[in-house]
Design a protein around this ligand. Structure first.
Ligand code: GLU
Length: 324
């Protein structure tokens, strides 16, 4: 019995005795919790989709739930503390946590395990049309939501701020709203711009662009090029035009990938069953969000991961011939 993953047999002898008496086949239910993000993001859909498939498994008796959380860093910390069994995390956060760099300096989490990579997530900067923000440098002196502590966007924005030599004082306001609160704050004119590392299309950017005139800001200056050159887990990417009201042109920015992670302590069979539920039903999984449209299983298990694969996942991928 490990961490969150417990069986009904753990509850009490009396309960088990009663259940055994009532039915000779006592189901060994195992409960797992997946950390996601805000409800208007894509991580929430990733977690809910995985749970939907896991809960349909006939022989595994796993009960999966995927609550909303603060995002990548909160998910990895939750896995470390035993509060979560698995979670979604940005590839840069996965790298930094496993290797003990960036905001995880000196705290390498060696038991962190990769399960698979999911969709791409560009750093998405959305500004009010009346803010005068057209480039990254225009953020100076403005009211900017840099993300709640625990979110991946906060972690990535801190990388950008360090590269620019900025501190929170570089902005007239550095707000720390949760992902689900940002769009309303932009529409209410409480902030000029919001930063979100997120797959597209998503509910938060949709909500903001339909309630206030706003545009995606390109992030492709020399500082950004320098960040992409320096760190292996960042790459340039494009947010396609036409996904959001008033944003018809492609916008170049940089980004990461969303990844699904766990700890070496999670039971091998649980992870095996989880990846089996996803990949045995992959067409169904892909239909659950447009950001999953171009996912390719073999690619998802062989690129974008920096922590070692969890043994239960590796077993399934070897069976499929996806890895050696
Ligand atoms: N990338 C964000 C984070 O790590 C979450 C994005 C989402 O919820 O889709 O906090």
């Amino acid at each position: 019995m490990k961490r969150h993953v417990f069986s009904t047999a753990a509850f009490s002898g009396a309960l088990i005795a009663a259940a055994t008496f009532a039915s000779p086949a006592v189901a060994q239910e195992r409960f797992i919790t997946i950390g996601t993000g805000g409800q208007t993001g894509v991580y929430y859909v990733v977690g809910q989709s995985i749970c939907r498939l896991v809960n349909r498994l006939e022989d595994a008796d796993i009960k999966c739930n995927a609550p909303s959380t603060g995002g990548s860093v909160a998910n990895i910390n939750g896995i470390k503390s035993g509060e979560l069994d698995m979670g979604v995390a940005q590839s840069d956060v996965q790298y930094q946590a496993y290797n003990g760099t960036g905001n995880f300096e000196g705290e390498a989490y060696e038991d962190l395990r990769a399960v698979f990579r999911v969709h791409g997530e560009p750093l998405t900067l959305l500004a009010r049309a009346d803010s005068g923000i057209e480039t990254l440098d225009d953020l100076e002196g403005k009211r900017v939501n840099i993300g709640n502590p625990g979110s991946g966007q906060r972690n990535t924005m801190e990388v950008v701020m360090r590269a620019k030599g900025w501190t929170e004082d570089s902005f007239s306001l550095a707000s720390q709203l949760d992902a689900a609160e940002m769009a309303a704050a932009l529409a209410d004119n409480n902030i000029d711009a919001m930063a979100y590392v997120v797959g597209h299309p998503n509910g938060a950017i949709q909500e903001a662009t339909t309630t206030v005139d706003s545009h995606l800001v390109p992030l492709n200056d020399e500082t950004v090029q320098g960040i992409v050159d320096e760190f292996p887990y960042y790459s340039m990417s494009v947010i396609p035009g036409g996904l959001y009201k008033g944003n018809d042109e492609d916008v170049e920015t940089f980004g990461v990938a969303a990844t699904f992670v766990t700890t070496a302590e999670t039971d091998e069979d649980i992870i095996y069953q989880t990846v089996k539920a996803v990949f045995d039903n992959f067409d169904r999984f892909k239909r659950l969000h447009p950001a999953f449209e171009n996912l390719d299983p073999e690619d998802m298990v062989t690129s974008g991961l920096s922590a070692p694969l969890h043994e239960g996942a590796a077993r399934y991928y070897r069976e499929q011939g996806w890895i050696e």
